[in-house]
Design a binder for this molecule. Sequence first.
Ligand code: NAD
Length: 495
Amino acid sequence: MTIHTPATTFEALTPPGSTPVTIAYGDGVGPEIMNAALQMMLAAGARLAVEPIVIGETAYRGGHSSGIPPEAWASIQRTGLLFKAPITTPQGGGYKSLNVTLRKSLGLFANTRPCISYSPFVATKHPVMDVVIVRENEEDLYAGIEHRQTDDVVQCLKLVSRPGCEKIVRYAFDYALANGRRKVTCFTKDNIMKMTDGLFRQVFDEVAADYPGIENEHMIIDIGAARLAARPEQFDVVVTLNLYGDIVSDIAAEITGSVGLGGSSNIGANGAMFEAVHGSAPQIAGQGVANPSGLLLSGIMMLVHIGQADVAARLHLAWLKTIEDGIHTGDIFREGVSARKVGTQAFADAVIARLGQAPRTLPRPDYAAATAIIPFTPQRKPPADKRLVGIDIFVHAADVSPAALAARMKAGAPGELALTMVSNRGVKVWPTGQPQTFLTDHWRCRFEMPAPRQFNKAMVAELLAALARAGIDFIKTEHLFTFDGVPGYTLGQGQ
Ligand code: NAD
């Protein structure tokens, strides 16, 4: 049995000053928990004009490969605000991820997940944990630009932009200010990825200087993630790149004790989406037992976003009081700790009955400065003096020694260009290398123009034409530029 909520119940309730919001009831437990979340929000005084849409499984099966039919898009475009219950992604069949489509189409660059322990009421290894993970959502390895280049080697491009870093780092500091947070920690791997992660960290240091009231620190992602898992009480807000954020936010949500209690926001310049962290839980769908808290907590974030922080605060306190009173759904119920095991609707009723009350021991969230965070609009810096100084030519060649490949490249290349390095998977193997280095069929041959001669793009074309005549199987090139005299490329490992 699937409970399909009569959406008109909520559509009919449109208090004065309401904000239009597109509602997706989702799949699995989605309709049940959305129904409960909306009841609690409206009872708390939320001013919402809800527009229900159908996205997800029904739309996929109806032939919309994105899972989002045109009329749903029209509503999302109109309101710029989507409150979304989890959806089921059908297995196989080339269905595109609905979340990725929404994120990219609406430019939702900032994913925020508060990860909070509710000890002793909800079992957790980390009783003192109140961490917010702010994940960059548009860049990094998630651009999906991948290529197979040789028999042995495939690649994925990691793209990081200065405006992208500025937007997410400022968002994290603004979030900290708006939510009474004291510290922002940046996680990168800039000791290895000096240009991409290095840029993220550099922007973090620049932006941090504009927020003197907020402590800042940087950690290498590996030790940072380990520390977060072992001593989460040391963290407050964490900002990081897309892939690290994806992993770290799941770890952080898990160690609070219940992924079912996690809410999230996705904010962009053209819209915002709010959803629970968990999925559609098909095993328990239709039974009326799902915990609506994750969706509710994301709805509370949405209320702040639309300027109804007073309602958000009232509802959040009532929800905390309900948890503290031991009124628990099955996923967090524990004999001896919980007072009453309830289903979805009874939980919602218990929260509504506690509106106006506050928890006695659980920390009270700070809504004093809570407000929507306006995405920062980066200003493009004046262009640098960019000079072409060389080129990396990637070559597919099997069963060849570094010295033999270098000889072939030198013989094939015209003019004054100097072959300065050959590397294999980033490790320098010529002019000198280590005999133990494992060699694949994927090589990088670096040519540089000795000063004072100038290199130019016409010479690139001549070089490639000459290498093609010499039978070199080049598969890709990367130009080497300096920007205001600073090299815009890294050295090979061992160079
Ligand atoms: P899941 O989060 O749905 O379930 C994991 C476990 O947690 C299950 O045991 C489930 O019963 C339990 N659970 C989840 N939410 C609960 C709740 N509110 N109350 C009580 N228990 C709850 O993850 P899954 O099983 O990996 O995925 C199921 C489906 O959800 C898949 O189709 C997946 O693609 C989809 N999904 C959607 C989203 C989204 O829409 N944002 C996110 C994750 C997964």
